[in-house]
Design a protein around this ligand. Structure first.
Ligand code: NI
Length: 403
């Protein structure tokens, strides 16, 4: 899919203000420094130290150690006004980097393969710019450096520890550098952007025996195969076709030898959907399917089902605000991409469930420079021009929201 990307739109250079263009080489330096030192969720010690040191240098008030490694910086503008929060996630992934670049990961088996290094650099660039231009906005900007986006959910403990209070946040924005979109584009839409993420694990208990004497057994492989097939009918036959959903069985393990019928089989899977009204539906339906098949075959089961993230849903007004400032930064109306929904999940959703806001994508792929590998790929990298675009969009959002 990535290789068929249109070529990058030329970034409307003139729309990136001079101060930010001048700052850009430094933002790139920060990003590369962080890229060399990736850390996994809730272990972002060096990352947090780096961020805190910069904020300290610039005289920006901040609090460290929130949800272990999180940081919140507070920048007060020129007089009273609304409070806007900007969120950046900080964690890397357990992937061995395969890029041959001067700034490649120095931490074995860990890599910033999702672009969160860029998110931190953009947030730092925004913090620096705003701290130098407090006259451009009234009100307050809170910059939230969040640990552990990749599955562990750092957003929830940060909210629980009060990052959206004192002063109370009126709206929140955040971005993801996005290699599914070419450089020079911004993906922004009202409503659902990313999906709810739910997970399940199931053990099927059969009755093992000889592969040649199936009548003496309850074969958990045959039961599992029926379950996997039956689960496909939830999306195809139960869900309104206008809604989108995914049920994927990602693991299925059973058996030890060709002539042995196993005792048990284990499977795990993931569920995705946009519509918040579907909460609870899949848990119930999946259990019905598993229970029904098991009962018909004389097997039993143990099911664990849990929700990782709710859907990421943008507030209409804030999404319109982001769209209007982004369209100044990209060259053409074609640079704003509304059809950018993805079944991927994001724990930005917890922030957006608490206060109105908007999460959006900044296109960062540049196939001509071989910078178009998908997120979480060992050769993931992005066009760093997108860093300046990110800062420009954040700064303009602040001016518009807190102006
Ligand atoms: Ni990510």
């Amino acid at each position: 899919m990535v290789s068929t990307l249109p070529s990058p739109h030329r970034v409307a250079e003139s729309e990136i203000r001079l101060d930010i263009r001048t700052l850009h080489p430094q933002i790139v330096t920060w990003r590369r420094h962080l890229h060399q030192r990736p850390e996994l969720g809730f272990q972002e010690q060096l990352t947090a130290e780096f961020v805190a040191k910069k904020l300290q240098e610039w005289g920006i008030e901040h609090q460290t150690g929130i949800a272990k490694t999180g940081i919140v910086a507070t920048i007060v503008g020129n007089g009273k006004g609304p409070v806007l929060a900007i969120r950046a996630d900080m964690d890397a992934l357990p992937i061995q980097e395969e890029n041959n670049v001067s700034y490649r990961s120095q931490h074995d088996g860990m890599m910033h393969a999702c672009g969160h290094d860029g998110h931190i650099a953009i947030a730092l660039g925004t913090a620096y710019y705003l701290s130098q231009h407090r006259h451009l906005f009234s009100g307050t900007v809170k910059i939230i450096f969040q640990p552990a986006e990749e599955g562990l959910g750092g957003a929830q403990p940060m909210i629980a520890e009060g990052v959206l209070e004192n002063p109370d946040v009126d709206a929140i924005i955040g971005l993801h550098l996005w290699n599914n979109l070419p450089l020079g584009t911004v993906g922004v839409r009202e409503g659902a952007l990313m999906a709810a993420v739910e997970c399940f694990k199931c053990t099927i208990f059969g009755k093992g025996g000889h592969g040649a004497m199936p009548h003496q057994t309850v074969d958990p492989i045959v039961v599992s195969a029926q379950i996997v097939n039956a689960l496909q009918t939830i999306v195809s036959r139960n869900i309104d076709p206008i809604d989108s959903a995914v049920v994927t069985v990602g693991e299925l393990h059973a058996g030890t030898a060709h002539n042995v019928i196993a005792n048990t089989a284990k499977m795990s899977g993931t569920v995705r959907y946009f519509n918040p009204r579907m909460e609870g539906y899949f848990k119930e339906r999946i259990e019905q399917v598993i229970a029904g098949v098991c009962q018909s075959q004389g097997a039993s089961y143990n099911l664990e089902y849990w929700r990782l993230y709710p859907p990421t849903i943008n507030n209409k007004q804030i999404a319109r605000l982001v769209k209007s400032v982004a369209s100044q930064v990209v060259e053409t109306p074609a640079g704003i991409v509304v059809e950018c929904q993805t079944m991927g999940g994001e724990d930005m959703s917890f922030f957006l469930d608490t206060v109105p806001g908007c999460y959006f994508f900044v296109g960062s792929a540049n196939p001509a420079r071989d910078l178009a590998y998908p997120h979480h790929h060992p050769r993931f990298d992005f066009d760093e021009t997108a860093l300046a675009m990110g800062v420009e969009i954040f700064v303009r959002c602040v001016e518009k929201f807190c102006g």
